[in-house]
Design a protein around this ligand. Structure first.
Ligand SMILES: C[S@@+](CC[C@H](N)C(=O)[O-])C[C@H]1O[C@@H](n2cnc3c(N)ncnc32)[C@H](O)[C@@H]1O
Length: 372
């Protein structure tokens, strides 16, 4: 849930600071991995709703968080850095916030190997300009990561999201205001709902999928579910995961939805989430289930039965990162892989494991076929 802000700089709630920190932690890994593994390629990071880059009670927002991550990744990589240039672009439509942000990030312009682009315009127009200024990442091969953090449900049309995700190496992290979508749906013509919802989802699928008969919380979950389904329908987008941020009283604050074509992206995003200290004033919940439960990174017993049910009666190959069971673990559970859940199931004699490794110990899953 994001309230409309009228001030240039406002107070950050703890979950807002956590969001900025998740982004920073993820980007350190993202820049470092791609910077050291993509010889000669252009890397592009875009913050589509950059904000003023500071809060009354916190020294930086998402722009500086990304630039600090870039600085750290480059420092850690040193002469292992193989990519060409790292471009960071910041789009902000409000002129006063834009000016504040531009002033705050100015010192980072001195960093070698980094080029900063700023656009005082709306997300869609800024992205179109950026495509002309730095074209390579919008094509098939060069990495592109776009952070989309609007106030409210509008401003990031699905056609634009789809366009970003056509390139082979692109990812998005979006703060989805499912509450806002629910409110637009409820207000109907008073909120000009038809064109707004059609822009958010890219078509009129919302008209058949959303309904308000079972109360507002369920309407919001349906709004999220439809959005993740639309993301998964984009060619090549195999990894979509929604994190729900709650206040400790259980109120929904927002959903962070991550979408990528490569498993490593989601692995690193989960690591960044896991590292965040849930200090008691907010917590992550599992947004992928109809009855939200706390997102536990240490409780395979909770998720193992559903994995078992999903693959029951089948022989499934388990090998490396790129296999069906790992995809399931990444998309449907808080885990980075299925090892702990498979170990739980093997301990309960619910699966039979066939391994090429004669010395394999029960409960360890490096490679082999899993018979369930
Ligand atoms: C939630 S705040 C961004 C906070 C920032 N990402 C952070 O984490 O520190 C959303 C920002 O988007 C700006 N904004 C609103 N509509 C926009 C649009 N269509 N395009 C770009 N920026 C927009 C607002 O002025 C506001 O500063």
């Amino acid at each position: 849930m994001s309230a409309k802000q009228t001030e240039i700089i406002w107070e950050a709630e703890p979950h807002t600071v956590a969001k900025v920190e998740v982004l920073r932690a993820y980007l350190v890994a993202y820049f470092q991995i791609l910077g050291t593994s993509k010889p000669g390629q252009t890397l592009l990071y875009v913050d589509g709703f950059a904000g003023p880059d500071e809060y009354r009670n916190f020294p930086h927002g998402s722009p500086s968080a990304a630039l600090l991550a870039a600085q750290e990744a480059m420092r850690n990589s040193q002469d292992r850095w193989k990519a060409r240039k790292l471009h960071c672009a910041f789009i902000e439509s409000d002129t006063k916030r834009f000016e504040n942000m531009a002033r705050k990030i100015e010192p980072f312009r001195a960093l070698a190997g980094l080029e900063i682009h700023t656009y005082n315009t709306d997300f869609v127009t800024g992205l179109a300009k950026l495509r002309t200024d730095v074209p390579a990442p919008f094509s098939k091969t060069h990495p592109l990561f776009v952070f989309i953090d609007p106030f409210g449900a509008t401003g990031a049309p699905f056609d634009t999201i789809k366009d970003i995700l056509t390139s082979d190496c692109s990812e998005i992290l979006i703060n989805l205001d499912a509450d806002g979508i629910g409110r637009i749906f409820r207000a109907k013509a008073d909120a000009n709902h038809d064109p707004l919802l059609t822009a958010i989802y890219g078509d009129r699928s919302w008209a058949a999928e959303l309904d308000d008969t079972q109360g507002f919380p369920l309407l919001c979950r349906k709004a999220l579910h439809l959005y993740t389904e639309k993301l998964k329908a984009i060619t090549g987008v195999r990894y979509v995961f929604a994190f729900e941020m709650q206040s400790t009283s259980g109120t929904l604050n927002y959903f962070l939805v991550f979408a990528s074509k490569h498993p490593l992206g989601l692995v690193k995003m989960k690591e960044a989430m896991k590292r965040i200290d849930q200090d008691g004033s907010y917590r992550f919940a599992d947004a992928n289930v109809s009855q939200p439960s706390l997102l536990r990174f240490d409780d395979p017993e909770q998720y193992a039965p559903a994995l078992h049910k999903h693959f029951e009666g089948r022989n499934v190959n388990y090998e490396g990162l790129d296999n069906e069971i790992t995809d399931y673990a990444l998309n449907q559970t808080p885990f980075r892989n299925s090892k702990s859940m498979l170990a739980t199931l093997e301990k309960q004699n619910l699966i039979r494991v066939v391994s090429k490794d004669a010395k394999r110990r029960k409960g360890t899953f490096k490679e082999g076929a899993v018979n369930q």
